[in-house]
Design a binder for this molecule. Structure first.
Ligand SMILES: Nc1ncnc2c1ncn2[C@@H]1O[C@H](COP(=O)(O)OP(=O)(O)O)[C@@H](O)[C@H]1O
Ligand SMILES: Cc1ncc(COP(=O)(O)O)c(N)n1
Length: 268
């Protein structure tokens, strides 16, 4: 039997989406598409479909800690991505584990689903600000999460710059402010900055309502790039290209918001 070269190792710490469009399922599909070995720590199970989140069951803190230790102590990780963490106890547990792990961390501070259903307790916001964001290499809030975390309401690109400064004040090395929710415009614009360098990422806005899982996909793609050894701006540039293609190929599923197509690069 022959063995192949080992791909880079990437871990997602996130919630399960039974519909397969977001959460752990989106993360692992992204990782496969980008050529890394994906691993998962499940924080919560959601009963979810194209119409909404119909139930959430958080896992006990010990179950999350045990999954994380099982992966990190034996297999190792070259990058970690966090998504839905549900509660203050889980945010603090995960932040503590990340602080002891020598790998870049992409934090997607998931607050509310595309359907408007809550995925993080209000009481956990302070732990995100003070425990999780400080251990992030890159934090990737969307504009609603910017408002939840900083109180700022963003309406234009100048507002995105102010939002980035406010997010950086909580301690991540880089802030990637996602402008997907900015109204109108022909472009989907994101801002990546570490407070010194500023990179504006612009891509055609696709008139497509099947955008379930865009944020999970982008953050996992960034983590995959970092695990391959790319610098943050390069990893984000490649991730933006991947998510833009996945949104363009998004498809209807059920009667609500369909998913992006993680396999778009494999299609004819
Ligand atoms: N309709 C769209 N067309 C192209 N890109 C989009 C569209 N909507 C969102 N994006 C991009 O998808 C990525 C995820 O952003 P966003 O949807 O704001 O995050 P979230 O899923 O966390 O709400 C960003 O790079 C954003 O610019
Ligand atoms: C388990 C889980 N994690 C994250 C999201 C956010 O994804 P979206 O903002 O596209 O609904 C979600 N809906 N479900």
């Amino acid at each position: 039997m022959t063995s192949g070269a080992r791909p880079p190792l990437v871990l997602t710490v996130a919630g399960s989406d039974s519909g397969g469009g977001a959460g752990v399922q989106a993360d692992l599909k992204t990782m496969l598409a980008l050529g890394v070995h994906g691993m998962s720590v499940v924080t919560a199970v959601t009963a979810q479909n194209s119409r909404g989140v119909h139930g959430v069951w958080e896992l006990p803190v010990e179950a999350v800690r045990a999954q994380y230790r099982a992966v990190v102590d034996d297999i190792g990780v070259q990058a970690v991505k966090t998504g839905m963490l549900a509660s203050a106890a889980l945010v603090e547990t995960v932040a503590g584990l990340l602080a002891d792990t020598d790998a870049p961390v992409v934090v997607d501070p998931v607050g509310v689903s595309k359907h408007g259903d809550p995925l993080l307790a209000e009481a956990a916001l302070d732990s995100v600000r003070t425990k999780l964001l400080p251990v992030a290499t890159v934090a990737t809030p969307n504009l609603d999460e910017v408002t939840q975390l900083t109180g700022l309401v963003v309406e234009d690109e100048a507002g995105m710059r102010r939002a980035a400064d406010a997010v950086l004040a909580y301690g991540p090395r880089w802030a990637l402010i996602k402008g997907g929710h900015l109204p109108g415009g022909r472009e989907a614009v994101d801002l990546l900055t570490d407070g010194t360098e500023e990179h504006w990422l612009r891509a055609p806005r696709h008139d497509n309502r099947h955008t379930h899982g865009t944020g999970c996909t982008l953050a996992s793609a960034v983590a995959s790039g970092l695990a391959k050894g790319l610098a943050v701006p390069e990893a984000v540039r490649e991730a933006k290209e991947y998510v833009t293609g996945a949104i363009a190929a998004g498809f209807a599923l059920g009667s609500g918001i369909g998913p992006v197509d993680h396999g778009w690069r494999f299609r004819d």
